[in-house]
Design a protein around this ligand. Structure first.
Ligand code: RFL
Ligand code: PHB
Length: 392
């Protein structure tokens, strides 16, 4: 089989890229390791920047998002038991964010692929990349027990942090930067009314907690946990009790509780691989970079990579010019590093690290910075500007 763009992975990056290319008359083939149900079922991101929403519109999959997504114009920052609002519009960003789950984005994109009769090859086993040095980029895998070969002009690795594409770069080409945080997030999804109209990021003396949501009747909550904990140690009762305690007297009693629909622990990491291209092999999304979820940037960065890459590919396939593709890595990485910085800063501001145990110097500095943040118009504007997303 032949295609213009071979894509590995049908997460948001791979699906959105393929759909945008299709709109521009460029054909692509996606090889995905897991089943559709497995990919759709992963509970992950919930916050879309305006730029991401615009791209989903451009891809023709924005209808349900506009019907069901909730527009948010601010967030709460809680510390010492008091919640402080930081509005986005008031800070002249001119932008908002939309609450719409990654599962829904994935479903809408998968439906669009199915509607045009070009489903990804789900459950493609043992995907391998070859021919990059020779200028004959090829993808090979096992599909339904048989060998499948896809000859491509370009290959894009959208296969997440654990995928094969980054590993297929020659080792002397890649520079990697990594910080693994000494804690994780325990997340619970439940069909209960969100405690607050807007998200609340809470720095509590026992650790970080986040009140998020998926709709007016579905809540997503997180609390900071140890890396070696397992979800089995967290009964629903224990989770709700801990959460209510951490949200304090003002917010805690208003939290509605109910049976969890999903419960999982995610480790937190900052990671960047540079460059995001080797010859005809490109990386996009989590395959090239990972941010801790505190800034809600992961999915949005995957979208901005796709934005730059689509521009380069459209130019290449329509005029033969490689200038957009040649600029891709630098353009994408410039934006990636701004989000790495913001997510790093926001994580350090709100989480309990072993070195900033309550009452230590580092804890005092954290609280001083939070006080400054909620009092200073410039500090609030800086947070708002980054949270809603820096321009492409
Ligand atoms: P994905 O979504 O990981 O998709 C990669 C796909 O590649 C497939 N794959 C392979 N296929 C074939 N062969 C192989 N060898 C393969 N290896 C892997 C996988 O099965 C998968 O389908 O990467 P992508 O597309 O780059 O998208 C990135 C986002 O998923 C990720 O950045 C976000 O979920 C991060 N994130 C958040 N981002 C936000 O923008 N806002 C948020 O509010 C937000 N919250 C979160 C998050 C991530 C979280 N976790 C669990 C890490 C909250 C959490 C808890
Ligand atoms: C979520 O709803 O899953 C979510 C929201 C905001 C974040 C991270 C995760 O910063």
């Amino acid at each position: 089989m032949k295609t213009q763009v071979g894509i590995i992975g049908s997460g948001p990056a791979g699906l959105l890229l393929s759909q945008l290319l299709h709109k521009q008359g460029i054909d692509s083939v996606i090889l995905e390791k897991h089943s559709r149900a497995h990919v759709e079922g992963r509970i992950r991101a919930g916050i879309l920047e305006q730029g991401t929403v615009d791209m989903l519109d451009e891809a023709g999959v924005g209808e349900r998002l506009h019907e069901e997504g909730l527009i948010h114009d601010g967030i709460g920052i809680q510390f010492n038991g008091v919640n402080h609002r930081i509005g986005f519009k008031a800070r002249d960003t001119g932008k908002t964010v939309t609450v719409y789950g990654q599962t829904e984005v994935t479903k809408d994109l998968m439906d669009a692929h199915a509607a045009r009769g070009q489903d990804p090859f789900y459950e493609a086993e043992d995907v391998r990349i070859s021919g990059i040095e020779a200028g004959t980029p090829t993808l090979k895998c096992l599909f339904q027990g048989k060998g499948l070969e896809v000859q491509c002009k370009i290959i894009v690795g959208c296969d997440g942090y654990h995928g094969v594409s980054r590993q297929s770069f020659p080792s002397d080409v890649l520079n990697t930067f990594e910080r693994v945080y000494p804690f994780g997030w325990l997340g619970v999804l439940a069909d209960v009314k969100p405690v607050s109209e807007e998200l609340i990021y809470n720095n509590h003396k026992n650790g970080f907690a986040l009140a998020s949501q998926r709709s007016a009747t579905r809540s997503r909550y997180y609390i900071q946990c140890e890396l070696n904990e397992s979800v089995e140690e967290w009964s629903d009762d224990r989770f709700w009790e801990t959460l209510i305690h951490m949200f304090g007297e003002e917010v805690g009693p208003k939290i509605e509780t109910g049976p969890s629909i999903e419960k999982s622990i995610a480790p937190l990491r900052s990671f960047v691989a540079e460059p995001m291209r080797y010859k005809s092999l490109f990386l996009a999304g989590d395959s090239a970079h990972v941010v801790p979820p505190t800034g809600a940037k992961g999915l949005n960065l995957a979208a901005s990579d796709v934005h730059y890459l689509t521009e380069g590919l459209v130019d290449y396939f329509s005029t033969g010019s490689t200038s957009g593709l040649d600029l891709y890595s630098d353009r994408a990485l410039a934006r990636v590093w701004t989000a790495i910085r913001f997510s790093w800063w926001f994580t350090h501001l709100t989480h309990r690290f072993p070195e900033n145990e309550t009452h230590g110097m580092a804890y005092k500095l954290q609280i001083a910075e939070l006080e400054y943040l909620v009092q200073s118009e410039s500090a609030k504007a800086s947070l708002a500007e980054n949270y809603v997303g820096l321009p492409f």
